[in-house]
Design a protein around this ligand. Structure first.
Ligand SMILES: NC(=O)c1ccc[n+]([C@@H]2O[C@H](COP(=O)([O-])OP(=O)(O)OC[C@H]3O[C@@H](n4cnc5c(N)ncnc54)[C@H](OP(=O)(O)O)[C@@H]3O)[C@@H](O)[C@H]2O)c1
Length: 336
């Protein structure tokens, strides 16, 4: 049996392109004590990957050139030498871009209940995406009824859930995203109150002022850079700014801009970075709450499914260029 794998063949100059990766045939590995052999079913495509393939300081070690690309995914345990897992268990873990993987304790995150929702949801609204939105919006942003909440990457996997969580709390939600079509989805599908297409808005600051006449109480920031500067100008006293991502900034090339400390001081505002990985141990609790809203029809989500392992590099390029509509997932094998 072969193990088809996608390896990082060189470090990208700017954003990762499909030509930075190579498909190869490897061996199916064998688990040692405390490990399991899993078959990869679906892979999560995350903007964070662009930070994992460059050699700059990050919260995870860079993927070595020539190694299998790191990736979260849903997998089925085929053979277990771990006391807590048995063949047939479905898990969210880090199998990487390959068909078969051996995972130890630190790469096995939580179990998936297949009866709860389609498997892809375990990477999206009931998985990493939902968990990120929940921690950032509910626990750091803490929106209250009547407040104004601005969400960036608003039509995307995390942003769409984060905005809906703010709406559930009774806030007025203003999305910022990269096309009129995505704005329509934010308004019609996700129920946002207003939406700005930043690519077609020459003066984003003026547009934010118009869309947020009472100022901004929460800014869920996944973009950084000039967009963050523009929103900060309208932050109210006591504003909360969860820093979820910095997708406008190339890793290792941080743009300069206005200094924020005076604005944060004067507005008594809180800016708080967070990582979903720090909360993976709470997945069951947090995704359970999200599942209740999903079942009650209060939460909607979109997915962009790519077929076959070989499409993973293209899926990543799409996400980074804004060509995805919803959570990008690569289907590697059928669960049955
Ligand atoms: N802190 C954490 O633990 C954590 C976990 C997961 C994700 N995140 C972050 O959350 C954000 C969204 O991730 P996701 O998985 O939900 O992906 P996503 O929003 O579904 O896809 C990424 C989106 O980013 C937008 N984008 C790309 N380049 C941009 C730029 N230069 N300026 C503004 N927007 C740009 C594009 O949408 P537009 O068409 O709107 O431009 C693209 O569709 C990312 O910043 C990611 O790093 C953080």
């Amino acid at each position: 049996m072969h193990n088809r794998q996608i390896v990082l063949s060189r470090r990208p100059e700017r954003l990762p392109e499909p030509s930075d990766f190579e498909l190869r045939a490897g061996e199916v590995p064998s688990p040692s004590d405390g490990e399991v052999l899993v078959k990869t079913l679906q892979l999560s495509i995350d903007p964070a990957m662009r930070g994992w393939v460059v050699d700059t300081p990050n919260y995870m070690e860079p993927v070595p050139v020539g190694s299998v690309m790191r990736s979260f995914g849903v997998a089925r345990v085929e053979r277990s030498r771990h006391p807590d897992y048995a063949a047939g268990d479905l898990v969210v873990g880090a199998p990487g871009w390959q068909e078969w993987a051996v995972l130890g304790e630190s790469e096995l995150y939580w179990r998936v209940a297949p009866e709860q929702a389609p498997l892809s949801a375990a990477l999206g609204v009931l998985g990493i995406t939902g968990l990120t939105a929940y921690v950032g919006m509910v626990e750091i942003g803490r929106p209250r009824a009547g407040e104004t909440v601005v969400v960036s990457t608003a039509a995307g996997a995390v942003g769409s859930v984060a905005g809906q969580l703010a709406a559930i709390a009774g806030a007025r939600v203003v999305g910022i995203t990269g096309s009129d079509a995505k704005c329509r989805i934010c308004l019609d599908d996700f129920g946002f109150d207003a939406c700005l297409n930043y690519r077609d808005t020459p003066d984003l600051g003026a547009a934010i002022a118009e869309a947020c006449p009472d100022g901004v109480d929460v800014y869920f920031d996944s973009v950084g850079g000039a967009m963050l500067d523009a929103v900060l100008e309208h932050a109210n006293i006591g504003a909360r700014i969860p820093i979820c991502g910095t997708i406008s900034q190339l890793p290792g090339h941080q743009a300069t801009g206005p200094r924020v400390e005076r604005r944060l001081l004067v507005q008594r505002a809180l800016m708080h970075g967070f990582l979903a990985t720090d909360h993976f141990h709470r997945a069951e609790e947090l995704t359970g709450r999200l599942a209740e809203w999903l079942d009650a029809g209060r939460l909607r989500h979109r997915e962009q499914i790519y077929d076959a392992l070989a499409s993973a590099p293209e899926a990543l390029a799409d996400v980074l260029a804004g060509r995805n509509l919803g959570k990008a997932v690569v289907r590697v094998a059928e669960p049955g």
